[in-house]
Design a protein around this ligand. Sequence first.
Ligand SMILES: C[S@@+](CC[C@H](N)C(=O)[O-])C[C@H]1O[C@@H](n2cnc3c(N)ncnc32)[C@H](O)[C@@H]1O
Length: 248
Amino acid sequence: MGNEKAAIYHDFFAEKEDLPFFRRLMLRLGGPVLDLGCGTGAIAIDLAGAGLDVVAIDNSSYMLEVARSKWEKLVPSVKERIEFVEEDMRDFPYPRQFASAIAARGSFAYLLSTADQLDCLANLRKLLATGGKILLDLFPPSLDLLRGGTDFERSVAADGETTLVRITYTRCDLNRQRCRSTITYQQYKGGILVEQVLAESVTSLLFPRETLLLLRQSGFTVEEVFGDTTGGSFNGDSRRLIVVAGKE
Ligand SMILES: C[S@@+](CC[C@H](N)C(=O)[O-])C[C@H]1O[C@@H](n2cnc3c(N)ncnc32)[C@H](O)[C@@H]1O
């Protein structure tokens, strides 16, 4: 996320409903866990709260700033289980190996070329211990997504007087397999617009079979595929593609 305020708004709108699903799966896969593209740290903090050691990396200092401000408020026993690191998921050294890794809510799709995606998986292969597992969570192409368009979301903040609005406009380029989203965050107080913040993101459209091939090409065996965060199976209408793969 390219600016400080956008990272704060991003955190406000971040999904919470998927946390129990990821917690259950990652407790089964075991720690220490590497969280790739951790954003504002919701998943890392939740996993640490469940007893897992987590190293969470992101290449946005703004996202990490929000994550660290939440980390500051944690109880010491949870705090000591998380490390936030500013790194690029395509290539970074770490002096320890991990039992599992998670790239949740589409963070792997921020890698725009096949070369970048393969670099990330090769790096991950080095960082995972023998038998280590990766969980990739992606938003697969749907007709709605390919058509592009505008999503509108409104939230009322805790004080009741403040309303936050997120308007996302997405266009997809099917030939290049990329989507560009323009996000406008607006803050209203007593019905008056007091702040407007713009953010932009470009992500890859990763098709299901392509995702499985990337994993196989990188030395991972696909073990489980889910189509939503209740553990449902993947089908043509699925809104998520969640793959668990093991290092060969
Ligand atoms: C959808 S957002 C956050 C997703 C986050 N996993 C979550 O659960 O909320 C994707 C994140 O990936 C990060 N990111 C994008 N490219 C990256 C890269 N090459 N290395 C590390 N992080 C990256 C972005 O800064 C952003 O915070």
